[in-house]
Design a protein around this ligand. Structure first.
Ligand code: ASP
Length: 325
């Protein structure tokens, strides 16, 4: 019996030693960040830039895996169920908070299924359309949409996605429901907008700025209080007569619940380094956004943001009575 106890104690001690040795060398292999939307979209763009900078800091490859579908909840579920070893992460946006109410039965408990790494960025939205859509400005777009409500199509990345929320804000602001077309991400939706297969989309500057600047799509408004430096000719929703249609899309980095604290602390540090990386700062600026300040790139700030955003959106979604399931 004594022997057994001693053996167990030795095994336990060995376990502790093995664990801390592993924690000290974390990461010793490739880290995967799941993006819960298709490749080529705004969340993907932000994540790839951050992943590249984190990879430099961590000394290991950080790769992106796109798991689109159901407004981001498919990818979030995959990470919630992944091994909690610090090698599978999730970079999701505001949809993490809205889906907690929009989906009455989610395969994960939003507030308790993840460890928090930190906030990443907050991105403005733009109301855009295919290049040849008739209306010249936001006021005429509103009239046009109202007059053609059964045929005007609005692309989004599924219920709970940022593009869905923003599209809903637009339809609520003009008091007219339009035809929505869901994609696995606004990357593929942009391809259809460029090809003229869909009419309108409300999406983040990280996906639309280059296209607007290149004149390949039409921009009607930015959803910020002031105009953006990178898109000085695009009026705000307020200027265009849709006061109140303001929204910014915050993003956070998460790990599955139970990920060792040493690993999440290392990831938070690496995120903070990445958000100061000159390439990240410059590319974010070109795309109309800024990295979160260090004080926000922390587990505490992300947790507080998620909690307050769930509380903010819950009554709005419940009052609208529109659920995804
Ligand atoms: N973030 C986008 C959205 O919510 C989707 C995407 O990243 O593709 O619409």
């Amino acid at each position: 019996m004594k022997k057994l106890t001693a053996a167990l104690a030795a095994a336990a001690a060995f376990g502790v030693v093995a664990f801390s040795a592993e924690a000290q060398t974390y990461p010793d292999r490739t880290v995967t960040i799941v993006v819960p939307f298709a490749a080529g979209g705004p969340t993907d763009t932000v994540t790839r830039l951050v992943a590249e900078a984190m990879s430099k800091d961590l000394g290991q490859q950080v790769i992106v895996e796109n798991v689109g579908g159901a407004g981001g909840t498919t990818g979030a579920a995959q990470v919630a169920n992944a091994e909690a070893d610090g090698y599978t992460l999730l970079l999701h946006h505001i949809g993490m908070s809205t889906s907690a109410t929009l989906y009455r039965s989610l395969p994960y408990d939003t507030l308790n299924a993840f460890e928090y790494v930190g906030l990443v960025t907050e991105v403005p939205m733009t109301l855009v359309a295919r290049k040849d859509l008739e209306p010249a400005d936001l006021k005429s777009l509103v009239e046009y949409a109202k007059a053609n409500k059964d045929t005007v199509t609005v692309a989004n990345a599924g219920i709970g996605a940022a593009s869905h929320l923003c599209g809903m804000l637009f339809m609520t602001a003009i008091g007219t429901p339009l035809v929505t077309v869901p994609y696995k991400g606004t990357g593929p939706a942009m391809t259809d907008l460029l090809g003229g297969q869909v009419d309108i989309m409300c999406d983040q500057t990280t996906n639309t700025t280059k296209q607007i600047q290149g004149g390949t799509i039409k921009a009607y408004a930015v959803t910020t209080a002031a105009r953006l430096d990178v898109l000085p000719d695009v009026p705000t929703t307020d200027e265009g007569g849709l006061a109140g249609m303001q929204v910014a899309i915050w993003h956070g980095l998460y790990a599955p619940k139970g990920t060792p604290a040493e690993a999440t602390a290392r990831l938070t540090k690496s995120l903070q380094v990445a958000l100061k990386d000159p390439n990240v700062v410059a590319r974010f600026a070109e795309l109309g956004t800024t990295p979160s300040p260090e004080a926000d790139a922390t587990p505490e700030a992300l947790k507080a943001k998620l909690e307050s955003e769930i509380a903010r959106w819950k009554p709005i979604i419940e009052a609208a009575g529109q659920y995804a399931d």
